[in-house]
Design a binder for this molecule. Sequence first.
Ligand SMILES: Nc1ncnc2c1ncn2[C@@H]1O[C@H](COP(=O)(O)OP(=O)(O)O)[C@@H](O)[C@H]1O
Ligand SMILES: [Mg+2]
Length: 257
Amino acid sequence: MKPRMATAKNTMTSTRNETVLAGLGLSKHYGDLQVLSQVEFSVGVSEAIGVVGPNGAGKTTLLSVLAGSVKPSAGTVILNGVDVTCLRPEMRCRRGIGRAFQIPRPFGGMTVLENVIVGAAYGARLPHKDLYKQCVAVLELCGLIDLANRRAESLGLLHRKRLELARSLATDPRVLLLDEIGGGLTDAEAAELVSTVKQVRHLGVSIVWIEHVVHILLQVVDRLICMDAGRVIAEGEPGEVLRDAAVADAYLGKSRT
Ligand SMILES: Nc1ncnc2c1ncn2[C@@H]1O[C@H](COP(=O)(O)OP(=O)(O)O)[C@@H](O)[C@H]1O
Ligand SMILES: [Mg+2]
């Protein structure tokens, strides 16, 4: 997927320790329901972070606040050192936040290639002469090149998930937010997905990946964050986080009534 790396967002000089995306004191409530409470978050250049936690923990809301589709009640989102809290999602996309949704949302009535072209044209804002090359590279990376001319709505689950990833990659992200794109896949399909995400990461894209299938995450991520009830309850080396008593408690509810 060479063309993508030649674009402006990714030719910025950055080191591995440099933060690409950060959330400072992020809170979100809906009426009395506190969904995020003072969440501190950051991901570095080329870093891959896994996000786990029980249903309703606030994981998707955190991605939505980072991507701009949900406005936080308090806190700040910083992208490449710039406060983007007030920017709309499409503007954040153009500055380097790509997102793949849990439930794939392909544009119906369009082919696979056309779906990816939309991402490259409107997200990455590539000039016409570079569009085709970029989209072919993305489709090859995601194992969709043979389906380029198929209608998106005719795809099965695996290929819809791949298309979701492809569309977000076509926007030329510096950081990719993935929400449960591994759920429902066979072991062989999941292995292919892991291989694709690893390749993306090696191209210099940072990854933030929510996934319930933890063994998939562990093959890719450097760091794991566990959320529960809108808070980060554990963070660090994946093995340590999984052994953390608070994490077991969040999943098994040992001390709850
Ligand atoms: N638009 C909304 N209005 C009201 N409550 C919401 C809304 N979006 C999410 N929630 C609630 O916020 C909590 C966290 O949801 P979510 O971020 O989707 O959790 P997770 O992704 O960890 O399963 C849940 O209790 C959910 O019902
Ligand atoms: Mg979710």
